[in-house]
Every structure is written in structure tokens, then in C-alpha cells.
Design a binder for this molecule. Structure first.
Ligand code: UDP
Ligand code: MG
Length: 330
């Protein structure tokens, strides 16, 4: 149990929020966030991480910034994906606690005070769990549920059900997270892997305020594969068991064929059964090679040791637009 030093009202907070083509919601998002944050009484800043937006999201954030709001902006050199955008944000934080929130208003900023209340009680990671998914099809609800049940069945790092990335991290928690530099970042898993004192609180997830979700089923499926392969090697073992099982079945079948030929005699050439066995084994082998390939591919990605993201520019609070140099930063 970590006893955080007594948290006073001058403890600083940073809100990290990834932005990818959110110009329709940004102003509304900031207004609601500002209202909530001012109420908390803590000094706060918002760190927007633009993940290569093609719309005028950056211009909107810059104009909010020049109105004198406590806004910091990191613009990535291209679209790196939400997980890496969040990582870039967390890497550049220096606050007593960080809150990660989506900028599309699906994570209601009004939940933040209860995240803070649990932090004050000594929790290092306070995650928000969805009570109900408004405006999401049963298909999406079903696939999400199936995913969490499966990954928790086969992985040793428990991943809380119905939890997104909306959460509060203490300084100790987010700095520890920063030590994990793998490329395939399944953030929900990493958040859980670091440990510390964690707690979930319930909230009702809202519909997107505007715009559309950037996660198609295909993208979600690939996301699920990343989740499984970066947190467990169980599929590799499954391939082994599948191979062992089919080998055992083949052995039993071979014994049966020998006994049958000896005592009854073979009348019909066993073409159909031969086909079945060959096709079955071929299938098992291809699946197993595919699974090994998934892990090998990940190994390859990691071995290149590339930086996780590149920054086009970084504007601190109160900085002028023309002063910020366009220097790459890892
Ligand atoms: N996002 C991002 N990069 C991407 C896709 C999404 O930074 O490539 C951001 C997006 O702006 C939003 C959050 O991640 O703040 C969640 O995205 P989205 O609403 O599309 O996902 P969903 O809510 O459907 O899971
Ligand atoms: Mg969303």
C-alpha cells in the first residue's frame, strides 16, 4: 500500500487528451472541462495531443490557447494512433496527477471529481468503468464483452471489464507507465500491468457529441489481436496443444486401421478419410504458423527500436504560435 503524501489543494493536475479530427467537439469539450476543473480548486492544465488531424483541430486549440487558457499542445508529425498519442502526452507531463480523457465528450468531464476523491483516499490509478453504453449497437456491446471475457480468461494481467482509457494516474503511476517502451501498446493492459493501488468507479458513457468513431470493426479486431498477443503467449501454447491433440487422434486412428485390416480386412481404399486427415492437419499447421508469425512480427517491430512517435511542434502554455520551433523530438 502506497501512502501518498497528504494531497492538498495546491497539488497540480494535468488533463491529457488525444485529438484526431475532433474540431466539431473541441470547443464544447474544453468549456465543459474548464467548468469542472475550476470547481476542483486545484491548479490545472490541459495537454492536447494532436494525432495528425486533417481538419482544423490544431487551429482551434491554438486559438483557445491564445485566449489565455492553461493549454499545452503537442502536435505529432502524423497519425500514430490513440495509444501512442496518449503515450506522447503522458511522457510530457509534470503534475501530481494526470487524467486521461477522450476529447469527443464520450468520457464526461463531470466524472473527474469522483476520480479525484479516490485519489485523495490514496489510490494511484482510478479508472472509470462504463455502466451502460448509450447509442452503441448491440453488436459493438457484444464484441466488447466477448473480448474482455476472452482476454481475462487467457491472460495473467487482469484487464477490468468495460473500462476505456478514461482514468486518473498518480505521479508514481504515470512515471512507472513511462518506463514501458514497447511499440505495441495495448494501453488498457499496460495501465493494469503497472499495479499500485487501483480502483474502478462506475459512470454512464455518453454518445459521441459529434463526428464519428474512428474505430471500425476491422480496426477493433486488429486491436483485439494486439491486446492478446502483447499480453499473453497462450495462443502459442494453444497451437502446441492443437498439434498434440491431432497427432494423438491420428495415432488412435492408425491403430484402428491396423486392427481393422488384420481382423476384418480392408475392402474400400480409404480415400475420403485420407483427404479429411490431410486437410485437417494442413489447417492446423497453417493456423500454428500464423500464430507464430504474429509473435515473430511483434518481435521484429520491437527489435527496430524506433521512437514511438515524432513531434512536429510543442507549444507550452502562453507561448506564441510563431515562437514555437518545428523541431523533431522523440
Ligand atoms: N484518437 C486519436 N487517434 C486516432 C483515433 C482516435 O487520437 O487515430 C482519439 C480521438 O480523437 C478521441 C479518442 O481517441 O479523443 C477516442 O477515439 P474514438 O472516439 O474514435 O474512439 P471510440 O470512442 O469509438 O472508442
Ligand atoms: Mg469516442
Amino acid at each position: 500500500m502506497t501512502h501518498s503524501p497528504l494531497i492538498t489543494s495546491d497539488a497540480t493536475l494535468t488533463i491529457v487528451t488525444p485529438v484526431y479530427n475532433e474540431s466539431e467537439t473541441l470547443v464544447q469539450f474544453f468549456e465543459r472541462l474548464k467548468w469542472v476543473m475550476d470547481e476542483t480548486g486545484h491548479p490545472w492544465t490541459v495537454l492536447f495531443v494532436d494525432d495528425g488531424s486533417e481538419d482544423d483541430s490544431v487551429a482551434l486549440i491554438e486559438s483557445l490557447q491564445s485566449q489565455g487558457h492553461p493549454i499545452e499542445l503537442i502536435v505529432l508529425s502524423r497519425n500514430f494512433g490513440k495509444e501512442l498519442a496518449m503515450t506522447a502526452g503522458l511522457d510530457h507531463c509534470d503534475a501530481d496527477a494526470v487524467i486521461v480523457i477522450d476529447s469527443d465528450l464520450q468520457d464526461p468531464p463531470e466524472v473527474i471529481p469522483s476520480l479525484l476523491a479516490n485519489w485523495r483516499e490514496g489510490f494511484d490509478v482510478v479508472y472509470a468503468q462504463r455502466e451502460r453504453r448509450e447509442g452503441e449497437s448491440w453488436m459493438k456491446r457484444f464484441t466488447a464483452a466477448a473480448f474482455y471475457r476472452t482476454i481475462n480468461l487467457i491472460s495473467r494481467t487482469p484487464i477490468p471489464v468495460d473500462t476505456g482509457d478514461f482514468r486518473l494516474l498518480s505521479r508514481q503511476a504515470y512515471q512507472s507507465l513511462g518506463l514501458l517502451r514497447e511499440r505495441n501498446r495495448f494501453m488498457k493492459g499496460l495501465f493494469s500491468w503497472i499495479g499500485f493501488r487501483q480502483k474502478g468507479i462506475r459512470y454512464v458513457r455518453e454518445q459521441r457529441f459529434a463526428g464519428t468513431s474512428k474505430f471500425s470493426y476491422w480496426r477493433l479486431w486488429n486491436f483485439a489481436i494486439d491486446g492478446v498477443t502483447s499480453f499473453t503467449t497462450a495462443p502459442l501454447r494453444m497451437a502446441t496443444y492443437l498439434g498434440l491433440f491431432s497427432a494423438a487422434m491420428a495415432l488412435i486412428y492408425a491403430l484402428w486401421v491396423i486392427i481393422k485390416t488384420l481382423f476384418i480386412g480392408e475392402s474400400v481404399p480409404g480415400y475420403p478419410s485420407l483427404m479429411v486427415v490431410i486437410l485437417f492437419l494442413g489447417g492446423v499447421q497453417l493456423v500454428s504458423i500464423g500464430i507464430i508469425g504474429e509473435y515473430l512480427g511483434r518481435l521484429f517491430e520491437e527489435s527496430k527500436q524506433r521512437p514511438l512517435y515524432l513531434i512536429r511542434h510543442h507549444r507550452l502554455i502562453g507561448e506564441d504560435a510563431d515562437k514555437s520551433a518545428d523541431q523533431p523530438e522523440a
